[in-house]
Write a protein that binds this ligand. Structure first.
Ligand code: FO1
Length: 313
């Protein structure tokens, strides 16, 4: 095969790692479609945390400790905002702030979020193409014991502490995937669902217009990688969310959520005992070490995923 075109659907930190691994293997032939459900506005600025996490990681400038934000960033502007009496629970770095200032200015000039994202990612040196799933505003709302919260209020301000009862993706039903996303899906040799949180990273994208039906109808293979290993999330609140929604967290529980749209599922070697149950869902199951501690690990998981899709470059 001359060139293997792959589309990755990804959220933030977990998704960015496999995105970077796939970029090592595919370069420009990779299209990363990012979640916009955790976008929000702060001090008049449009902030797109998942797109930025993907962009910084693909460009090699992400903060390696947090996975989000820019490596070596400083927080002088945030310190000044605190002196003005503002609440500064969302840690915006000085360099990161430049991203939001420019994004907001370009959106006000009439650029689509797709165009803004392509410009920023290109200028920073990302090789893969980065696309928001939609240009329309979609906002994840977390229904908790204590009422409904905007996603970042729940995730950062309340540190995922309130017990989750459900989710709402405001604007998703009316939103449409962009023409760029549609074209990328139509011409893909394989579609990969990243090891991101299914509830708040992947499902907000699947809820955009007819995305779920489109993936179901694709003839190209669709492969998901587990974000749960040994019953626990690699990072973040995925396992806690499963428990609060009354389900035992496991790679199998994740596979079930995608069973209607995927052909194969990559799970960790530690969960090999779940293979028969995943196969009983009608899926091909592939086991590997899914933990990605370094660029070599990211490349390895990306390669196994492409092998599972039978589209090795
Ligand atoms: N996550 C946090 O837990 N605390 C923060 O202060 C924080 C700031 C932040 C700033 C810019 C950015 O792009 C992402 C940031 N994140 C922060 C991550 C963000 O909340 C993501 O939405 C989540 O990681 C979910 O993907």
């Amino acid at each position: 095969m001359a060139e293997v075109r792959v589309v990755l659907l990804a959220g933030g930190v977990g998704g960015a790692k496999v995105a970077e691994g796939l970029q090592q293997l595919l370069g420009e032939a990779l299209t990363v479609v990012g979640n916009v459900g955790d976008d929000f506005e702060l001090w008049g600025l449009t902030i797109c945390p998942d797109l930025d996490t993907l962009m910084y990681t693909l460009a090699g400038v992400a903060n390696p400790e947090t996975g989000w934000g820019v490596a070596g960033d400083t927080f002088a502007a945030l310190g000044m905002l605190a002196r003005y009496g503002e609440e500064v629970w969302f840690r915006l770095g000085d360099q990161d702030l430049a991203t939001h200032v420019l994004r907001t200015a370009l959106l006000r000039r009439g650029w689509r979020l797709t165009e803004v994202t392509a410009h920023l990612a290109g200028q920073l040196g990302a090789r893969a193409r980065l696309l928001p799933v939609t240009d329309a505003p979609v906002r994840t709302r977390v229904i908790t014991d204590g009422g409904e919260l905007a996603f970042q209020e729940y995730f950062v301000r309340r540190k995922c502490r309130p017990a989750v009862r459900g989710f709402r993706f405001a604007g998703a039903a009316e939103a449409r995937p962009t023409p760029e996303v549609s074209d990328a899906l139509m011409s893909a040799d394989a579609v990969v669902i990243a090891p991101s949180n299914p509830f708040v990273s992947v499902e907000p994208m699947l809820a955009v217009g007819d995305m779920r039906a489109r993936l179901h109808a694709l003839s190209a293979p669709v492969i998901a990688v587990t974000p749960i290993v040994g019953g626990e999330a690699i990072k973040g609140p995925t396992a806690k969310m499963f428990r609060e929604l009354g389900e035992k967290p496991s790679a199998l529980a994740v596979a079930r959520r995608y069973a209607d749209i995927i052909d194969a599922f990559v799970l960790d070697t530690r969960d090999a005992h779940l293979v028969p149950a995943v196969e009983a869902l009608g899926l091909r199951a592939v086991t590997t070490d899914t933990l990605m501690f370094d660029p070599e690990g990211r490349r390895r998981v990306a390669l196994v995923t492409l092998e599972a899709a039978e589209v090795v470059p």
